[in-house]
Design a protein around this ligand. Structure first.
Ligand SMILES: Cc1cc2nc3c(=O)[nH]c(=O)nc-3n(C[C@H](O)[C@H](O)[C@H](O)COP(=O)(O)OP(=O)(O)OC[C@H]3O[C@@H](n4cnc5c(N)ncnc54)[C@H](O)[C@@H]3O)c2cc1C
Ligand code: SF4
Ligand code: SF4
Length: 420
């Protein structure tokens, strides 16, 4: 059954990622809640009016996913056909060995955040730290001290609504850098086309490269599989303390269970659990961000040796001239250590799962439309052009596969099986 509410339709089509920007834009009418599926989802206390729905559809990542708007691109020659705008790309890590060790990979995002805060360019870093409505969720945090930024390092592979408080924070007049996932960054870039507060007060958009996260049912299964009762869990650290470092479940009684990164994710990436919106994501590489930071593992999986003691090296991409300037300044001020240059084809090797999603996105969206969904659109992501990497048989097979999955309900937030 299709709903009259745009927000409900987006949720029903499996396209809401729970970013929270609708709740931030319409705080009187929309609140983020824990849905029966266990995800954070928007709930309308008052139905949005037609004008609000038009506004919603201009930024919501369940409707549209954007790359870099053309007015933010300084040099069109620097657009890689697969990976989008790249002004500067290096491998490196935080200059502080303690941050490098604690952070998700090499602490690149933490180092840049600290540079922006401590050089006085921003009043705070809006980022995601562990915990929230559930112990294993993430929550948005405005970090205004070095300690807060460092405590917020690491990756939260769970539901979180990083944009829920964004506009309320901007209303106080502060300047910030935002660290959020590529879909969240797209939403903020799109909102910025209409709302001047974004360009005026959000001084930098930073993002981790993102392949998706664990849906709540999968996390609950994981906790059960290691003998943990969710109600006894105090916090979960998904990675860090090395690269990738262990997944650590901390209990309220002080005990801990420690597993490896691959115990958590599993070794077969085609069987990874993730929300439908992540599975069909057209851009996990943060094309709309000023700066992107990711892993440099061959084929996007750490080897056994890496899990036992790798120090962590990020690929760091400056996508705008502003992003490249910040990176250069953070290097000069000794926040960031550079190991070497990197090239777009290195990204093909480190992030093959994202190449596949970029190339198949158009076929998948056609599959959505073939079963009556409105589906997702893209802007400035070269989605149609990228289909040239598929022959017509593969295109049709992706289209059919998507429509078949939707027909059996795989797009549903309540669907509980691997995403493949
Ligand atoms: C959901 C998710 C999926 C990912 N998938 C991939 C992938 O496919 N390929 C890849 O190379 N890397 C992936 N990563 C990124 C990787 O885990 C590292 O986060 C990235 O390399 C940055 O490392 P860093 O050392 O610079 O980060 P840090 O210095 O530790 O900083 C991480 C920053 O990200 C913020 N953050 C953490 N979790 C979230 C979240 N859920 N939403 C928004 N912000 C968050 C933190 O607040 C912090 O500011 C993913 C990360 C996440 C959160
Ligand atoms: S994706 Fe974000 S903006 Fe869109 S409906 Fe979900 S929470 Fe709201
Ligand atoms: S995979 Fe895409 S939709 Fe999912 S969290 Fe990452 S950027 Fe957002």
């Amino acid at each position: 059954m299709t709903s009259n509410s745009e927000i409900q339709r987006i949720v029903e089509e499996g396209l809401c990622i729970g970013c929270g920007l609708c709740a931030s834009a319409f705080p009187e009418d929309v609140q983020m809640r824990l849905a029966p599926s266990g995800h954070l989802r928007p709930c309308e206390s008052t139905p949005l009016n037609p004008e609000q729905n038009v506004q919603l559809k201009s930024f919501c990542p369940g409707v549209v996913h954007s790359g870099m708007p053309s007015d933010k691109i300084s040099n069109p020659d620097n657009i890689d056909p697969t990976w989008g705008p790249i002004e500067k790309m290096v491998t490196g890590h935080s200059s502080d060995p303690k941050i490098r060790h604690k952070a998700a990979t090499g602490g690149g995002l933490t180092a840049i955040s600290l540079y922006l805060l401590e050089s006085g360019q921003v009043d705070g870093i809006l980022q995601v730290a562990g915990g929230g409505l559930k112990a294993y969720f993430g929550h948005s945090q405005l970090s205004q001290t070095r300690e807060d930024v460092i405590n917020g390092s690491g990756s939260v592979y769970a539901s979180t609504s990083p944009l829920e408080g964004l506009l309320k924070i901007l209303d106080t007049g502060v300047t910030i850098a935002l660290v959020a996932k590529p879909c969240d960054i797209s939403a903020v870039r799109l909102l910025g086309k209409k709302d001047p507060r974004i360009d005026r007060q959000v001084k930098a958009l930073l993002t981790p490269i993102c392949g998706g996260f664990f849906p709540p049912f999968a996390m609950e299964n994981f906790l059960k599989s290691v003998g943990a009762n969710e109600s006894d869990v105090d916090s979960v650290s998904y990675r860090g303390e090395g690269c990738p470092g262990p997944t650590i479940i901390r209990f309220k009684n002080g005990e801990t269970i420690t597993k490896t990164y691959l115990d958590f994710w599993g070794t077969d990436s085609s069987q990874w659990y993730m929300p439908w919106r992540c599975r069909i994501c057209p851009d996990g590489s943060g094309e709309a961000a000023d700066i992107v930071s990711g892993d440099t593992w061959p084929n996007c999986e750490p080897t056994l040796e890496m899990m036992e003691g790798d120090l962590g090296t990020n690929v760091i991409i400056g996508r705008t001239s502003r992003g490249a300037e910040i990176m250069n300044a953070a290097i000069k001020a000794n926040y960031l250590n550079i190991e070497g240059d990197a090239e777009p084809r290195d990204l093909d090797y480190w992030q093959p799962h994202l190449v596949k999603k970029k190339v198949t996105a158009h076929a998948r969206y056609s599959g959505m439309r073939s079963v009556g969904q409105i589906g997702l659109s893209t802007i400035d992501l070269r989605t149609e052009e990228l289909t040239k990497h598929m022959d017509s048989k593969s295109y049709q097979s992706e289209l059919d596969g998507t429509s078949r999955r939707i027909t059996i309900g795989k797009h549903d937030d309540d669907f509980t099986s691997p995403s493949g």
